[in-house]
Design a protein around this ligand. Structure first.
Ligand SMILES: NC(=O)c1ccc[n+]([C@@H]2O[C@H](COP(=O)([O-])OP(=O)(O)OC[C@H]3O[C@@H](n4cnc5c(N)ncnc54)[C@H](OP(=O)(O)O)[C@@H]3O)[C@@H](O)[C@H]2O)c1
Length: 298
C-alpha cells in the first residue's frame, strides 16, 4: 500500500524509535510508512479509543517516561493552542532536552508563516511575514522549537490533500463552490509526499544534510478552478456556475476568507533539487488521479 513511498527511501538506522505527537491525517500516514521501514513508531491522539492511538496526549494527562525510552526521532504534527503555546513543548520540552538518544526532531508547520506575496514565489530564505493570527502563533512556535537547540527541523506545508481529503469529497456531496478569483493560486502537497519527504529528511539529517527549515510542497501552485475542473472531468460530475470572489466572500467563514486573502507560490527546490527528494505526486493531476482511484476502491 505504501510501496511508491517506501521505494524512494533508504533504510533508517536499526533500532530507530519515532514518537509522533498528533497521529491525525499526516501523522498516521508517516507512522504507517515508518513501520513499513522497520521503525518502532508510537503515535498520540487526544482521546482513548481513537484509531491509531498508541498513547494519549492531551492537556490533562502526564506522559510516562517509558514512551521516551530509546526514542531516536520525535515529530510534532500538533498546531499551536489558541493561547499561542505549543502543546508539545509545554509538556515535554524537559524530557526532550534530557534525552540521550534523540537524533532528530521534526515540527510540521505551515507555509502561512510567509504571509501574502501577491502571487509571488517564496522559499526557505524568504523572510516570514505572518499576517493571520494563526500564522503569527505558528511562527512563534517555530521559533520556540528552534530556540531549544534540539536537532530540530521545521517542515513547512501548504494545503494538505490526499485520499478522503480532496476536492472529490465536496464534488460527490454536491457542495463544491466554484469561486473565481483570477490570479489566485494555492500550493498543495499530497499526504504520501509528506510521509515520503519526512522519512527522507530523517535519513539525510543523520548524514549531516540538515537544513533547519524545509518547504514540502509540490511543483505546481494552481488556481482552485483548474483543480476542481480536472477532478470533475475524472469523476464525470457536472459543476455549478462560477461565483466571483467579490460575491462569494460575503458569505464565507472568517477561516475560509483568511485563506483567500493570501496568494503565494511555494518553491520546493531545496527539498527536490538540492536534497534530492523525488515527488510521488509532482502536481494536482497525478495526485487527484490517486485520490480518484482510492474513491473507486471504496
Ligand atoms: N490541513 C492542512 O491543509 C494543513 C496545511 C499546512 C499545515 N498543516 C499543519 O500540519 C500539521 C498536520 O496536519 P494534519 O492535517 O495532518 O493534522 P490533523 O489531521 O488535524 O491532526 C492533528 C493532530 O494533532 C492532534 N492535536 C490537535 N490539537 C491538539 C492538542 N491541543 N493537544 C494534543 N493533540 C492535539 C490531533 O489529535 P486527535 O487525533 O485526537 O484529533 C491530531 O492527532 C498540523 O499542525 C496542521 O495544522 C495543516
Amino acid at each position: 500500500m505504501n510501496q511508491d513511498i517506501v521505494k524512494r527511501l533508504g533504510p533508517l538506522p536499526s533500532k530507530s524509535k519515532l514518537i509522533i505527537f498528533g497521529g491525525g491525517y499526516s501523522g498516521q500516514k508517516i507512522a504507517s510508512v515508518g513501520r513499513q521501514l522497520g521503525v518502532k513508531v508510537l503515535c498520540s491522539r487526544r482521546t482513548k479509543g481513537s484509531a491509531g492511538a498508541d498513547f494519549i496526549f492531551n492537556a490533562d494527562n502526564e506522559l510516562s517516561n517509558e514512551i521516551f525510552e530509546g526514542a531516536t526521532h520525535v515529530l510534532s504534527c500538533i498546531p499551536p493552542l489558541l493561547s499561542g503555546e505549543d502543546p508539545v513543548l509545554s509538556k515535554v520540552k524537559t524530557k526532550l532536552l534530557n534525552s540521550k538518544t534523540l537524533k532528530w526532531v521534526g515540527y510540521l508547520s505551515t507555509t502561512g508563516v510567509y504571509g501574502d506575496k501577491k502571487g509571488g514565489w517564496v522559499n526557505e530564505t524568504t523572510c516570514p511575514n505572518p499576517q493571520q493570527e494563526r500564522s503569527i502563533r505558528r511562527f512563534s512556535c517555530e521559533n520556540e522549537w528552534l530556540d531549544t537547540k534540539l536537532p530540530i527541523q521545521i517542515l513547512r506545508l501548504p494545503g494538505i490533500y490526499g485520499p478522503r481529503r480532496s476536492v472529490f469529497e465536496s464534488l460527490l456531496k454536491g457542495t463544491t463552490k466554484m469561486i473565481d478569483k483570477p490570479g489566485q493560486v494555492f500550493s498543495r502537497i499530497h499526504v504520501d509526499d509528506i510521509a515520503g519527504a519526512v522519512l527522507f529528511l530523517i535519513n539525510l539529517y543523520s548524514q549531516g544534510k540538515n537544513p533547519s527549515v524545509v518547504n514540502i510542497s509540490d511543483d505546481l501552485p494552481t488556481n482552485n478552478l483548474e483543480v476542481i475542473n480536472f477532478a470533475a472531468n475524472l469523476a464525470k460530475k457536472s459543476l455549478p456556475k462560477t461565483i466571483p470572489f467579490e460575491i462569494a466572500q460575503k458569505t464565507m467563514s472568517p477561516m475560509a476568507l483568511s485563506f483567500w486573502q493570501e496568494n503565494r507560490k511555494v518553491e520546493n527546490k531545496l527539498l527536490c533539487k538540492k536534497l534530492g527528494y523525488s515527488l510521488i505526486y509532482p502536481n494536482f493531476k497525478s495526485g487527484l488521479k490517486n485520490c480518484f482511484s482510492k474513491l473507486k476502491m471504496n
